[in-house]
Write a protein that binds this ligand. Structure first.
Ligand code: GLU
Length: 490
């Protein structure tokens, strides 16, 4: 069994993002699996910032990555902030290390300095294009490369041959010599390419499993050649399938409606739900279970059950899962403990109300929320009088058959009965509404819709006795009265 290797190696995994300022959900999944595996095996999870591509560098992008990982609860054992024995953990600070290893390859004849200019390389490319053959730089390898000096790129000297390897997700793979070329190790600016830097870093940092997106799969034969030339043991190789757009067979991109992780956070997706959803995107433990805590995931995750084909991104499912998580957390921990998480999500009208008032609203509405951001749209009428829109009332399915007069009478009767209620509480409200049903000989849907709309003018509200109870007697009655007046003036 392949999985035995997982247990034999000291488990060290890494997440190695490039700080581009945007954290796509696919990027984050490449952090979750390594994290879970490291924690499951009592190993270490490293965060390494791959910032050697200065053209793509964005200020604060590293902080963004750190914030997202912390938000998701993916704490790293080595890396920025926490440090560790094999730092620095920013590639831009490791320039001399890469150069030293590239020089070893120069010395052993497995690399060469190459000052061929871009124009000449283009010419080579054109030759191949015209001859209808793939462009391989090694076919144009210079016969007398110059002595290396600063400013000259260093290229690997490929040893093209058939290569076989095992990918923990994709299985046993092989590739022919045409997949291997003289790739650049060190660029003219002295910084390494990703292709070279990650090999050196993974080796020096003791990474036992390299888990990354499947887009790197075609480059693996080149990496195998470099491991070989350097005499490094090849780490466990793991290619994660793409996350696919909701429709079609293409990779999920910004245009497919997927937001960055921080946008989801700001819309009120909970980290528990995000972690759960992304972990499940392309992995399941073979059961029907869908809700997993971080601890469940640590226990149950296995690379053997990561699917090979792309997993389709489904925002509706994410929202459903988030709703499940809101309910689960409030049911388990109570409103009191959960409430601080909602602070950024209330409508402006709630500003003048106390935490206690808002908690009361949360307690009756949470089972309808899909995101915390829904609080903004769904709770405004608890904090300010809604705008009266009689169409909402007249066009309601349950009320369509009633004339304006009938409606007005129904609301007046309700007003009087509710007004007579001395002790305004949930149970009494429930009883009073039941009595009203009998007395007015109205269907529940009609009576409750009429009162609900009169006090909220919202498409949904929590159960009526709960809503009336939280609104309070004065507000509820005043709103019913205003609605009656509006109908009469209509
Ligand atoms: N820096 C690469 C990226 O952000 C990481 C690939 C890897 O995990 O090795 O795509």
């Amino acid at each position: 069994m392949r999985l035995n290797c997982v247990i034999i190696r000291a488990m060290k995994t890494r997440f190695a993002p490039s700080p581009t300022g945007y954290i796509h959900i696919g990027n984050v999944r490449s952090a979750i699996y390594p994290y879970l595996l490291a924690k499951q095996q009592g190993g270490k999870f490293i965060l390494r910032i791959e910032d050697t591509d200065r053209a793509r560098f964005v200020d604060d992008a590293t902080e963004l990555i750190e914030d997202v990982l912390k938000w998701l609860g993916l704490d790293w054992d080595e890396g920025p902030i926490v440090g560790g024995p094999d730092g620095p953990y920013f590639q831009s600070e490791r320039k001399p290390i890469y150069l030293e290893w590239a020089k070893k390859l120069l010395a052993s004849g497995r690399a060469y300095a190459d000052d061929t200019d871009a124009e000449t390389i283009d010419k080579y490319r054109n030759v191949c294009y015209n001859e209808k053959r793939p462009f391989l730089y090694r076919d144009f390898r210079p016969e007398n490369p110059p002595e290396w000096q600063e400013g000259i790129p260093i290229r690997f000297k490929a040893d093209p041959k058939a290569r076989k390897w095992h990918d923990e997700v994709m299985g046993d793979l092989e590739a022919g010599p045409e997949t291997q070329d003289d790739i650049i190790l060190i660029k003219a600016d002295g910084l390494p390419t990703y292709n070279f830097a990650h090999i050196i870093d993974d080796y020096l940092m003791g990474v036992s499993y390299v888990i990354r997106g499947v887009e790197y799969l075609p480059s693996i034969p080149n990496y195998l050649a470099i491991y070989e030339a350097l005499g490094f043991e090849v780490p466990g190789l793991v290619s994660l399938p793409h996350i696919l757009a909701p429709s079609g067979n293409k990779k999920l991109g910004k245009r497919d409606g997927a937001k960055s992780v921080t946008e989801y956070r700001d819309d009120g997706i909970l980290p528990e739900a995000m972690l759960n959803y992304l972990a499940n995107l392309g992995w399941n433990d073979g059961t029907e279970e869908e809700i997993y805590t971080k601890d469940d995931l640590i226990q149950k995750f296995s690379l053997a059950k990561v699917q090979k084909s792309g997993a389709r991104y489904d925002e509706t499912k994410l929202l459903w899962m988030n709703g499940q998580w809101i309910r689960r957390l409030i049911d388990n921990e109570g409103v009191e403990k959960f409430y601080p998480r909602t602070l950024n999500f209330w409508p402006a009208s709630a500003a003048n109300y106390s935490d206690e008032d808002r908690k009361k609203v949360l307690a009756i509405i949470y089972d309808r929320l899909k995101t915390l951001g829904d609080l903004r749209e769904m709770t405004d009428y608890f904090f300010q009088d809604p705008e009266i829109n009689l169409e909402t009332l007249f066009k309601n399915k349950a009320l369509k058959k009633l004339s304006e007069e009938d409606l007005s009478t129904l609301l007046q009767t309700s007003f009087q009965k509710l007004n007579a209620l001395a002790d305004w509480n949930e149970q009494n409200l429930q009883d009073t509404l039941n009595e009203l049903l009998v007395e007015t000989n109205t269907k529940p849907a009609a009576l409750f819709s009429a009162i609900r709309i009169a006090v909220s003018f919202a498409p949904f509200s929590p159960a009526l006795p709960l809503t009336l109870n939280v609104l309070g007697k004065n507000t509820s009655l005043a709103r019913i009265q205003n609605t009656i007046t509006a109908i009469e003036n209509d």
